[in-house]
Design a protein around this ligand. Structure first.
Ligand code: ADP
Ligand code: MG
Length: 309
């Protein structure tokens, strides 16, 4: 008996964006986006400085910063991203030069370089600007310890930028600060420098663990350093509609933070995680994907919420 050559099973990668449910959601979102794309987003009355923070790593801070910033800018607003994570992932995802020697958030915080000197325009998206982070920033936590007013360096730098607040037509509408996954001096600088916090929460079992500590830190900052800080926005990320766990976590978050949680949550989607390796946000990498459409919708909600305030 002759043996058949063994067949190599063809590997069909499971594509989360291509399930019937994902397609249905995408279709619905696309229809809604098409209707609404025509009305431009409202400009806020003043620059909104938003700190994207959560001391847990991997919850979607950088992804949220990058994609919300791109989505806001694509819808006509002027946005500055400040990368405060030594990993520089936001800079990478936005294709912004951040090798050693490039003026960066490190120079702004440690050497008092004016913020305006470290700003680079995004190569493709008009109205989007980035202050990159270089690996030097890893040393800043320690280097800043003996520096005067070490926790308000970013605040001072933002106040000195001519397009943050003020009357100019070119004023930034949003400044989004991407924080590292810790509650050290870098995150503290962001909390002291910002007015609103945007906390991404990953829809998974331990989601709320550590949130208490984060909120205590915010309270401490409010009492001693920045009374104007508020937790204005919570975004549920990496939501997997197929699991009851994700739904349960999302419900719990909504119960605790009814007025802060955006109605839109961001689905888990391979396109979102692939985009950074092409130096892109998902907004340009695959604009019709559920992840991109969700960030577009989240940006719209954020902008409209801000206009109501
Ligand atoms: P953080 O900045 O909080 O550490 P990231 O934004 O870097 O988190 O996200 C952690 C990982 O999860 C990254 O590999 C990112 O590509 C991936 N990721 C983030 N959001 C999604 C999503 N909606 N779907 C799939 N993967 C995601
Ligand atoms: Mg990050």
């Amino acid at each position: 008996m002759t043996r058949q050559p063994e067949q190599t099973p063809s590997i069909v990668p499971f594509d989360e964006d291509n399930t019937p449910l994902a397609r249905a959601v995408a279709e619905q979102l696309r229809a809604r986006a098409a209707v609404r794309f025509n009305d431009p987003l409202p400009r806020p009355a003043d620059t909104r400085v938003m700190v994207v923070a959560n001391q847990k790593g991997g919850v979607g801070k950088t992804t949220t910063t990058v994609n919300l910033a791109a989505a806001l800018a694509q819808q006509g607003l002027r946005v500055l991203v400040v990368d405060l994570d030594p990993q520089g992932n936001a800079s990478t995802a936005l294709s912004i030069e951040h090798r050693r020697g490039v003026l960066s958030s490190y120079d702004v915080l440690v050497d008092s370089t004016p913020l305006v000197d470290a700003v680079q325009p995004h190569p493709e998206i008009a109205g989007l600007f980035v202050v990159p982070a270089t690996i030097d920033l890893a040393g800043a936590e320690i280097e800043l310890v003996n520096v005067m007013s070490r926790e308000s360096r970013l605040r001072k730098a933002l106040a000195g930028h001519p397009l943050v607040h003020g009357e100019s037509e070119d004023r930034f509408d949003y400044v989004l600060i991407d924080c590292p996954p810790s509650l050290g001096l870098l995150t503290l600088n962001a909390l002291v420098g910002g007015e609103e916090m945007l906390i991404p929460i990953q829809a998974e079992y331990y989601a709320l663990e550590g949130l208490g500590q984060l909120l205590e830190t915010v309270e401490m900052v409010r009492t001693h350093l920045n009374p104007g800080l508020s937790v204005s926005t919570i975004l549920i990320t990496m939501y997997d509609a197929r699991t009851r766990l994700a739904a349960g976590v999302a419900d719990e978050v909504r119960e605790h933070f009814a007025s802060q949680v955006l109605k839109t949550s961001i689905p888990r989607s391979v396109r979102v995680s692939e985009a950074p390796s092409y130096g892109q946000s998902v907004m340009t990498y695959d604009p019709g994907s559920p992840g991109a459409l969700s960030y577009l919708e989240a940006a719209r909600e954020l902008a409209n919420k801000g206009a109501d305030q």
